[in-house]
Design a protein around this ligand. Structure first.
Ligand code: SF4
Length: 341
């Protein structure tokens, strides 16, 4: 799978005042890809498309280069203290992706060029919490590896965090284009995680992302480069043959990982859930999806602000938990399962 190449690129005028913005402008101006200006990266108009669905697909092929104005970082509990904003939006088409609801009608891929300002804000947050460690999550609103070949921002963030005695970085990806990150001076401060799933889920619900075997190969490279490595298995789904599917995936993972990956290996397990609002958006954007979202077959769970999520019923949750924990324990005896939810 080739790295993402946009079909349209928009620039905020202010982005050209930063070296990365200027470099990207020069690169795209000479590339034959249409380049336009936009007054704000939050309101981009002029993305072509006759229907809603076409506009959505085209927006996912659109890159917007802007300046991150809000330097107040969102919190990212429980796995990190703050979200590190390097990009917003993703070129992937995972049917279940929560960005569908959080990004509303702005699904285009935004990258931010004022990296020094973003890092200065991170430094301030680290100082405030000293002597405690402060963790930053770089994949809250995008897949940062998916745009790394365009911006190089993730490598800079990794090296920035390597220099911070009390700063740590983490992110997760479904992309395998990791080569440019392998020689980064990370000093063990970055927890590099891959999102993986059974073949069935990757095939039917994750179009536009790297194939599982490529992600596993990339994970091996990342382990050999000395990064602390982890896997997020999400969303864990019940489908016909799910036990065999997840068992096979874990066996393949064990066979492909080099011995150095074992040290400090982590797993995070997240079961599939949906809200009514997400279901509406998903069915509009992917009308033929085979994603099971039958409220009758689920248990209601009240989240923040009284929002109802539909999760698997207790018996299915237990079956998933027992099965995954047993297999991970057997195949990766020294790995740690950070949580199952
Ligand atoms: Fe969403 Fe991640 Fe898929 Fe991108 S790769 S669409 S961020 S789930």
């Amino acid at each position: 799978m080739k790295p993402f190449e946009p079909e349209w690129v928009f620039f905020e005028p202010e982005a050209l005042n930063y070296p990365l913005g200027e470099e990207l402008y020069r690169r795209y101006k000479g590339s034959g890809i249409p380049v336009r200006m936009t007054t704000s990266h939050n309101r981009v108009t002029g993305i072509p498309g006759r229907t809603e669905a076409e506009k959505y697909r085209n927006a996912k092929r659109t890159l917007v280069v802007g300046v991150r104005k809000t330097l107040q970082f969102d919190t990212s509990k429980p796995s990190a203290e703050y979200a590190l904003p390097l990009a917003t939006g993703c070129m992937g088409h995972c049917h279940y992706c929560y960005l569908q609801t959080t990004m509303g009608n702005r699904p285009y891929v935004r990258v931010y060029v004022n990296l020094e300002e973003i890092f200065a804000a991170a430094r301030k947050y680290i100082r405030e919490r000293a002597p405690a460690i402060t963790r930053f999550e770089a994949a809250c609103t995008s897949d940062p590896v998916g745009v790394e070949h365009i911006t190089g921002s993730l490598k800079r963030a990794i090296e920035f965090m390597g220099r911070q005695e009390l700063g740590r970085l983490r992110f997760v990806t479904k992309y395998s284009h990791v080569d440019s990150l392998l020689d980064a001076d990370h000093r063990g401060h970055t927890h590099f995680r891959f999102s993986i799933n059974a073949d069935h889920v990757v095939k039917f619900f994750e179009p536009g992302t790297s194939p599982l075997s490529d992600r596993l190969e990339a994970a091996g490279k990342v382990a050999r480069a000395g990064y602390p490595l982890g896997f997020i298995i999400a969303p864990l789904m019940i489908f016909d043959g799910w036990k065999e599917g997840y068992g096979r995936m874990l066996e393949e993972l064990r066979d492909r990982l080099p011995p150095e990956a074992e040290e400090g290996l982590t797993f995070e397990l997240i079961t599939h859930r949906f809200t009514k609002a997400a279901k509406r958006v998903i069915l509009k954007r992917y009308p033929k999806t085979r994603l099971e979202m039958d409220e009758e077959r689920r248990k209601k769970k009240w989240g923040k602000y009284g929002r109802v999520k539909y999760v698997y019923r207790d018996a299915e949750m237990e079956a998933l938990k027992d099965y995954m924990e047993e297999w991970i324990g057997r195949l990766f005896p020294s790995a740690k399962i950070l949580y199952f939810t």
